[in-house]
Design a protein around this ligand. Structure first.
Ligand code: GLN
Length: 331
């Protein structure tokens, strides 16, 4: 039985919220044993299977965090949301959408199946690997470092510092990722890549290897919750139309082939990565009762033990519980 699930109708106080969340993290941490850390990129297999942490940052300034809060981990597939945003800012929404569709696949993130059976081979969406590689190829710049510069500038605006690439993870993925190379060749055949395949893969592997924390994810989520505006200064960081589309992509395609269930049972835009991170966005909502984070918040989760779909097994359960208790769903 999860404790601390009482109705929060009464006065909402940060200390109470902290106690609830501590309790929930303690409960769901036990479920990490049912998952497995990713091992197809060798270095990811070294992660602590039992880790679970959450950070929630509200527009009202309330910040709650609990569990394994200090770990740095690589952003992995969550980077796909950000490179999509950068490509749209650099190349324009219409152009990017002429090269990548916005349909969920219902398949694993690195599936080749659709590229093989659909004609033209236009990638289904920017959050599966085929779409993400296409997007990385579209970033401005001739080298992978030049291509990622705008991403680092965007990240710095959102999280307040310039994050680092974890070189070991980058090399580990670069030296093992045959499947991404295969996807790259399909894209080359369909004429979807706008850069040399080698540069495109290098860009993609580097973006996946950027190291962040759950606080960073919560801050990114908060900017998206605030329609792309800095929650403190109100400066536009991402144009609203692009932030809107990024959230729509997260809601429909963000949790791999569990996206439908996640939308149904949790009901907020989210994106996961194989290192066990989840970025979630809670837009402002209108309710008759007083509930936590009514003005919106960003949530970052880390729990490297994954379920069969590649999502953090305890992280998803924790997020679902928080969303149900605080009525975070959009619907
Ligand atoms: N680097 C990973 C890959 O493409 C990212 C995947 C993920 O987080 N799902 O294999």
């Amino acid at each position: 039985m999860v404790q601390g699930s009482a109705n929060l109708n009464t006065e909402i106080n940060e200390k109470w919220l902290q106690e609830y969340v501590d309790n929930w993290v303690g409960f769901f941490k036990k479920q990490t044993v049912d998952g497995e850390v990713a091992s197809y990129i060798p270095i990811l297999a070294e992660a602590d299977q039992e880790a679970l942490g959450i950070s929630i940052i509200g527009k009202n300034g309330v910040a709650i965090k609990s569990g394994n809060t200090e770990e740095k981990f690589t952003i992995q597939s969550i980077s796909k949301v950000l490179t999509f945003i950068v490509a749209c800012m650099e190349r324009g929404l219409a152009y990017v959408l002429s090269r990548v569709d916005v349909e969920p696949t219902g398949e694993a993130f690195n599936s080749i199946m659709h590229l093989e059976i659909t004609q033209p081979k236009k990638p289904f969406n920017p959050l599966v690997n085929s779409g993400a590689l296409t997007v990385s190829s579209m970033l401005e710049g001739k080298t992978s470092d030049r291509k990622l510069e705008a991403l680092f500038i965007l990240l710095e605006k959102m999280i307040g510092y310039r994050p680092q690439i974890n070189v070991e993870t980058y090399e580990s993925e670069r030296d093992t990722s045959m499947r991404n190379r295969a996807i790259g060749y399909y894209l080359l055949e369909g004429d979807y890549l706008e850069s040399d395949l080698g540069i495109t893969l290098e860009t993609y592997f580097k973006q996946c290897s950027i190291e962040i924390t759950i606080d960073d994810l919560a801050r990114i989520g908060l900017v998206l919750s605030n329609d792309g505006y800095d929650p403190d200064t109100n400066e536009e960081i991402i144009p609203r139309a692009i932030s809107r589309l990024a959230k729509a992509m997260m809601l429909t395609c963000g949790m791999y082939n569990a996206s439908g269930k996640f939308a149904a049972y949790v009901g907020i835009p989210a994106k996961s990565g194989v290192s066990g991170g989840i970025l979630a966005v809670v837009p402002p909502r209108v309710r008759d009762e007083e509930l936590p984070f009514l003005e919106g918040c960003g949530i970052g989760i880390y729990g490297p033990a994954l379920d069969n779909q590649g999502n953090s097994i305890a992280g998803i359960k924790l997020l679902r519980h928080v969303a149900n208790q605080w009525d975070l769903s959009l619907f």
